[in-house]
Design a binder for this molecule. Structure first.
Ligand code: PMT
Length: 242
């Protein structure tokens, strides 16, 4: 499909990777650069949409290169992202969750830097280094948008980052995720081994909420973004499969 006319539409895109604090200097994170999400935001803006980009730790260079029509909202952790996405989505026609959101966060955030235990410090030194970090589950933002949409009828697209290839069952995992999360569209992409994260080409297979393949796209992240925005434009217009 060609470039859709998204004039008058509001599209919310999430991008980047959340960081879940362990103590004031450390976090649990992931390798998402936010490049795919920024490309989606730019593609939607180029089609005339008003775009809100909720971004977690995306580099200033990527943010500075966005079209002026893209409003950016920072959200560093999963909880901050949930609040910012839901707020922005109240008048959105479509929400695209391209961010890599941590499924878990440390159950407790230490108020001061966790010190390494050193026997030489004697009994008054730092307590033993923690052998493990207790985790607690983060909300699933995408599943929440499906279960309780900020604006009923809006299109919700998720991404599924899967390691392995088609032979290793990446599509089966993706289809199970599509059915479980219930988003209108789920773009399954392979990550790891030089694919997926960062300044690399991308390749996605798009599934519907039943787990059936409706489209695929590959090339640069900009190419993939244009194809996905065209698919969303089609659905907004009540096109095939809407
Ligand atoms: O940022 P780049 O470097 O360009 O890389 C792009 C990308 C690989 C990060 C991107 O294309 C991508 O796949 N993003 C989703 C990564 C991810 O978190 O996948 P997941 O399978 O863990 O999650 C599935 C979906 O649920 C995603 O839409 C995610 O945003 C959403 N989710 C996940 C966990 C959570 N607690 N809440 C969520 O909403």
């Amino acid at each position: 499909p060609g470039a859709p006319d998204l004039t008058g539409r509001h599209i919310v895109v999430s991008a980047g990777g959340t960081r879940e604090p362990i103590d004031p200097v450390r976090f649990l994170g992931n390798w998402s650069s936010g490049r795919q999400g920024c490309a989606l935001a730019a593609a939607a803006a180029q089609c005339g949409a008003r775009v809100t980009l909720v971004q977690a730790h995306v580099s200033p260079e990527l943010l500075a290169a966005l079209p002026a029509r893209v409003e950016t909202v920072p959200a560093g952790t999963a909880l901050e992202m949930e609040a910012a996405v839901r707020r922005a989505a109240t008048d959105a026609d479509a929400v695209i969750m391209a961010a890599a959101v941590a499924d878990h966060r440390p159950a407790r955030v230490a108020a001061t830097k966790i010190k390494k235990h050193d026997a030489a410090d004697g009994p008054d030194g730092p307590a033993a280094s923690p052998a493990a970090i207790d985790l607690t589950e983060n909300p699933d933002i995408l599943a929440g948008l499906v279960a309780d949409p900020p604006r009923p009828g809006q299109i919700v697209m998720g991404f599924a980052a899967e390691t392995g290839d088609e032979a290793a069952g990446v599509l089966e995992h993706g289809a199970a995720k599509a059915r479980r999360k219930g988003a209108d569209l789920l773009a399954v992409n392979q990550v790891g081994g030089g694919r997926g994260f960062g300044e690399v080409p991308n390749s996605v297979i798009v599934l519907d909420r039943k787990g059936e393949r409706v489209a695929q796209a590959q090339g640069s992240k900009e190419d993939v973004a244009r194809a996905l925005i065209a698919l969303i434009g089609e659905r907004l217009d009540g096109g095939p499969g809407s």
